[in-house]
Design a protein around this ligand. Structure first.
Ligand SMILES: Cc1cc2nc3c(=O)[nH]c(=O)nc-3n(C[C@H](O)[C@H](O)[C@H](O)COP(=O)(O)OP(=O)(O)OC[C@H]3O[C@@H](n4cnc5c(N)ncnc54)[C@H](O)[C@@H]3O)c2cc1C
Length: 393
């Protein structure tokens, strides 16, 4: 190890979608970067069935992926756009709809397989000069005055001026950086599957709020839809245990047969849900991004989009510092990133949490009030436009 300078500018622990995008963004700003990931990402092939995990990708995220030079490759595969979003409340019957055409855009966003994004980013790392270390696990680290030294647990060490922690919601490295989190466990699981429906999805993201939780049907290529159904844990277990035809029936009922009967389904998977925000996004020479910094309820489809906004901000703050001849690892530079992104993501996370609570309260008086609020939002063009613009990033 060099005694005077760290071996690298930046080491990134965690090569999920957010960590890999960060590696690419920082390398393109001229930093020497290593990306350390425990597992190779699963290869994506056009001939294989879609990944069960998809995300609603916002235009701001597509813009970032475009700047990183990967969006055209992703778009050239199977990336259906959604042009409308329709949200309705089972209890009050109130509805709100958003239409890209009315927002002056071709689409509100795209439904993209997680595996496709991660794999495409991963393929671009070598050309961008990112040092990929995989399989490699950052077991621990020591933050010194002039560098952070990573212990890879196999006798190897790596030093860098900064460590970006992107190891997901259960981040061990965040704990080692002594950064606390706050939030709450929703005691819900998101059940996901891809389904075929009797009626066309009309390139619309449908979401119905029911007494048990929201169910979203997101448009996939070939007319199918991807469901994300948030349910209390016990009910999720019951639903996961159903055979295909019983599952199709309960999904049809939960979605009020808006797309007709559910005619086919893939196997199911499920994910635990929680609200979690790190108290600080920087400590010493460590920075947090992605789910390691914030985990949010999927009802607004924004978790990965928030992570990609962290990436854009981090690359801009560190890149600008360096290009203006300042020390990019100086505490005030790191604080600038941390302050901006923590404030913005905490605001969003709490807004999604407030929505979750608002839709879970089921008293008739509350449902009537909620319905009136939704009808007002639907009728007020400028307010609706503001919400759509915020979701687009
Ligand atoms: C059901 C569901 C639906 C969702 N829908 C949407 C949506 O529509 N839109 C949206 O924007 N978001 C959505 N999200 C959220 C989105 O999936 C996540 O925000 C995003 O995948 C987080 O990416 P990440 O890279 O931060 O973390 P992760 O994907 O968790 O990646 C962390 C990586 O770090 C690696 N790692 C862990 N520890 C170490 C270590 N010590 N050393 C090295 N590597 C390590 C892991 O192997 C992993 O690859 C949804 C989430 C769920 C559960």
């Amino acid at each position: 190890m060099n005694a005077r300078r760290p071996a690298l500018d930046i080491a990134i622990a965690g090569g999920g979608m957010v960590g890999a995008a960060c590696a690419l963004a920082l390398a393109r700003r001229g930093f020497s970067v290593a990306l350390l990931e425990v597992r190779e990402p699963v290869p994506w092939h056009a001939g294989e069935p879609e990944d069960l995990r998809v995300i609603a990708l916002a235009p701001s995220s597509a813009r970032l992926l475009d700047e990183l030079g990967v969006w055209q490759t992703i778009r050239a595969t199977r990336v259906p756009p959604y042009r409308r979003m329709h949200v309705w409340d089972a209890a009050s019957g109130a509805e709100v709809s958003f239409d890209a055409a009315r927002e002056g855009r071709a689409q509100l966003g795209w439904i993209v397989e997680n595996k496709l994004i991660a794999w495409t980013l991963w393929q671009a790392l070598d050309t961008a000069g990112v040092r990929r270390l995989c399989p490699a696990s950052v077991e621990s680290f020591v933050s010194r005055d002039d560098r952070v030294v990573l212990d890879l647990g196999n006798g190897e060490h790596l030093s860098a001026a900064l460590l970006v922690i992107a190891d997901g919601a259960d981040s061990r490295l965040r704990e080692q950086a002594a950064i606390a989190v706050h939030g709450r466990d929703y005691h819900q699981r998101a059940v996901v599957a891809h389904v075929a429906t009797e009626r066309e999805h009309e390139e619309t993201a449908w979401q119905r709020f029911t007494r048990e939780g929201p169910i979203a049907l997101l448009p996939l290529a070939g007319g199918r839809s991807s469901i994300v159904w948030s349910l209390p844990e016990a009910r999720a277990r019951e639903v996961l245990a159903l055979d295909d035809s019983a599952f199709c029936e309960v999904v049809g009922v939960a979605s009020d047969f808006r797309l007709g009967r559910i005619t086919r389904t893939t196997p199911r998977a499920s994910f635990p849900l929680r609200l979690q925000i790190a108290d600080r996004f920087a400590a010493g020479r460590c920075l947090l991004i992605g789910d390691a910094a914030h985990a949010v309820h999927p009802l607004a489809g924004q978790g990965a989009n928030l992570g990609l906004r962290d990436v854009a901000e981090l690359a801009s703050v560190l890149g600008d510092a360096r290009e203006s001849g300042r020390n990019f690892a100086a505490p005030h530079v790191l604080r600038r990133y941390a302050r901006r992104r923590r404030a913005a993501s905490a605001l969003d996370a709490h807004a999604f949490d407030a929505l979750e609570r608002m839709f879970m309260w089921q008293s008739p008086a509350w449902a009537a009030l909620r319905g009136a609020g939704m009808r007002a939002v639907d009728a007020l063009g400028p307010l609706k436009h503001g919400l759509a613009a915020h979701a687009a990033g």
